[in-house]
Design a protein around this ligand. Structure first.
Ligand code: GLV
Ligand code: MN
Ligand code: MN
Length: 474
């Protein structure tokens, strides 16, 4: 798989406008992404063509943007958007979203791990569901679109069906995952892993930066850690399909002048926690040659990570995003430093080799500086390909809404990485300004929000379950 900046798989599907139906072409053509200008909407603004299936689609995007702003106001920090797992603000945001789900005609509940689960019944109650969703936690000092856009858009699509009194042969469930980012307990995908039945119970003993365990935080949130298993969903209740709409978090769609894109795969990631221990001492008296400065050692490790990844021409990326130095005083030589390391690459083999190489470089630095080193893998996720049968339907929905169909990989992680254990996965990306994400400057144009919502709605209404597709081909 290529990184977002390197797209060997530049495909564009033939695109045509559909009025009242959907029968796009199946095949893909290796051509530059330039479908016939007259037929294709490029910038997400109405081209005066088929308005789609929605009852009132002009308002879809508007309502979504209003809700994005409403949710962004629920934060742990007054001047920044931060909403981490099991915080009081996550609970507050969850209650707001559950209200939106109910308002959209869904039954809605908080599950055993803090996920929000809304269900819009099928024509026949109790039928298996198409699962949609994203996460409602954020990084620290976050943008407001990463995660909530997928949850809110899915709810808006259901609300639109509900307004029209339309039921489908399958149920639709929308999940707001409680922890995708892994900010608080240094372990990601907690919400979706619980749904997939792969939640690692030993994580309950993980501590946040204030020393509170996940177990304690769950109780404070109002959950019973003994019942996490109840969040797991059996495959038979799902139609083999989890579809997530998310902002791209990269610049490719903007470069392509397209509001939406079809994801090919989600890149794997490895996260490590490293700590170096040296000797704290007096900043004025210990000669430079006699120091065992843990922070200077960490600085060398960080530079080694950057140089190693920069020298890689095949898309390796490495980030040290968090660091603490103790005791943390101007006039004390740092005795202990802990830092995180996030490594991603286009293929799992490439990433694993890089991680092994980086660990040995860090070990060598620690040894030369006489620092003791503890380094642990805190998170490892394999690359998840999007299922061809489902990806095709996303592409068809994009084409049906008269946008150019463009495929791209995701360098960022998503809940699909956990959901793959119980369902096939597909993703629809929505363009974000300058590719900026994990940053308060994250921005999506309302017209692109509307474009994403129209495509998702089209996908839902035209969705064909995997087995139905097989039966049709047989
Ligand atoms: C999730 O946002 C990630 O780190 O990729
Ligand atoms: Mn994120
Ligand atoms: Mn996200």
């Amino acid at each position: 798989m290529a990184t977002a900046g390197d797209l060997p798989d530049r495909r564009i599907h033939a695109t045509h406008v559909l009025i009242g139906g959907c029968e796009p072409r199946d095949g893909t053509e290796l051509v530059s992404p330039g479908p016939p200008a007259a037929a294709v909407r490029r910038n997400g603004k109405s081209a005066g063509m088929d308005a789609g299936n929605a009852a009132n689609d002009a308002s879809l995007g508007k309502e979504i943007v209003g809700r994005i702003n409403e949710l962004a106001a629920i934060s742990e920090e007054g001047d920044k958007l931060t909403r981490v797992y099991l915080s009081k603000e996550l609970r507050e945001a969850g209650d707001v979203i559950l209200g939106w789900m109910r308002g959209a005609g869904m039954s809605a509940r908080l599950d055993a791990v803090g996920n929000l689960c809304g269900r819009y019944e099928a024509e026949r109650p109790g039928a298996p569901c198409l699962l949609l969703g994203s996460h409602y936690d954020t990084v620290r000092d976050a943008g407001k679109w990463d995660g909530p856009l997928g949850v809110i858009t899915a709810i808006a699509c259901v609300a639109d069906l509900n307004r029209r009194g339309k039921r489908l042969p399958f149920a639709i469930e929308v999940i707001g995952f409680a922890d995708e980012e892994g900010v608080r307990f240094a372990s990601t995908l907690l919400g979706s892993r619980a749904v997939a039945g792969t939640f690692d119970g030993s994580l309950l003993d993980a501590r946040d930066r204030d020393g509170l365990t996940m177990r304690e935080a769950m109780v404070q949130f109002g959950l019973d850690p003994g019942h996490i298993g109840d969040a797991a969903r059996p495959r038979r209740e799902l139609l083999h399909a989890y579809v997530e709409l998310h902002i791209e978090q990269g610049p490719v769609l903007e470069q392509q002048d397209l509001p939406v894109g079809v994801v090919t795969a989600i890149a794997g990631a490895t996260r490590l926690a490293a700590s170096l221990t040296g000797m704290a001492g007096h900043a004025g008296t210990v000669p430079m040659a006699m120091r065992r400065d843990a922070l200077a050692g960490a600085a060398e490790c960080i530079m080694a990570v950057e140089q190693f990844c920069k020298a890689d021409s095949a898309g390796l990326v490495g980030t040290v995003g968090a660091i603490t130095a103790l005791p943390g005083a101007t006039n004390v030589i740092p005795g202990k430093v802990s830092f995180s390391l996030d490594i991603r690459a286009p293929t799992d083999a490439h990433r694993k080799l890089a991680v092994a190489d980086l660990i040995s470089r860090i070990e060598a630095i620690a040894k030369r500086r006489e620092l003791s080193l503890q380094i642990d893998v805190t998170h490892e996720n394999r690359t998840v390909p999007c299922a061809p049968w489902l990806k095709t339907q996303v592409a068809e929905a994009v084409a049906a809404e008269a946008y150019g169909v463009f495929e791209l990989p995701s360098g960022a992680g998503h809940d699909g990485m956990a959901m793959i254990d119980i369902a096939d996965v597909a993703m629809l990306f929505v363009r974000c300004r300058a590719g900026i994400s994990h940053n308060p400057a994250e921005h999506v144009e309302p017209a692109d929000v509307d474009a994403g919502a129209r495509v998702l709605l089209r996908l839902i209404e035209n969705f064909r379950p995997r087995d139905a597709g097989r039966a049709g081909k047989a």
